[in-house]
Design a protein around this ligand. Sequence first.
Ligand code: NJP
Length: 247
Amino acid sequence: MNLSPRRTVVITGASSGIGAASARHLAAAGFDLVLGARRLDRLAEVAEPIGARYHELDVCDNASVDAFCAFVGSCDVLINNAGGALGLDRVEATDEDGWRWMFEANVLGMVRMVKGLLPALRASTDAHIVTMGSVAGVEAYAGGAGYNVAKHGAHAVNDVLRLELLSELIRVTEIAPGAVRTEFSLVRFDGDVEKSEKPYAGITPLTADDVAEVVTFAVTRPANVNLDYIAMKPRQQATAKVFHREL
Ligand code: NJP
């Protein structure tokens, strides 16, 4: 049993965007943090100012996940945030490698982390698994198939975990944002700045801090409360692709 009064949160994909913002918010809320991502320099920039421990992590690689989980030690809250989208192609133009990466990162990456940290979570008196899903995990859109498949998959795994871990009282929460201004779009469009700006044209998107506040709220509820699924979007977004743009 981990009897430390300070709870430890592990965040994957903490080198930028929502993961980095969540690290800052949760550190301010009094949690101990262990952060993982592939870009160590960026991870250090997030971790060092807030006194977080950090270690290189590629959730697509079993050996990397094993090494990271060995480094973690105790864990009360696992935040599966690592992931993202690649491309916006019609099904007929499917890039299979892109689909494979999305499935690896968003679905199997989460599964590997859960498998790796379940022993530590089981040793906690109040364990919680939070996963960053997406509006794309419950809604399809043209050009979204590869990402839709991945985030629908992550959504399903979350629902399964909530059932399988029920008798162990491990909380399972999915947070599903709409448009958030992070590096997400730049990654999706392979560094093409012009294309990556288009989803934000004429709207005020969510910020990573907006989502981090919700992450913090979810993991600071009393132990008897589980927030199963939280959808959040900018005021100007109604569905995955329907926006009120002021152009
Ligand atoms: O994007 P970004 P977000 N192993 O690109 C890491 C979901 N979401 O913060 O490894 C380990 O700034 C990567 O780190 P690095 C989205 O699907 C977003 O928006 O150093 N880490 C970076 O820290 C994702 O699940 C929006 O490159 C890996 C982080 O992931 C989550 O929100 C909308 C990794 C990505 O940060 C955070 O994304 C939505 C790997 N193999 C859902 N691959 C949105 N922004 O609009 C990537 O519905 N990372």
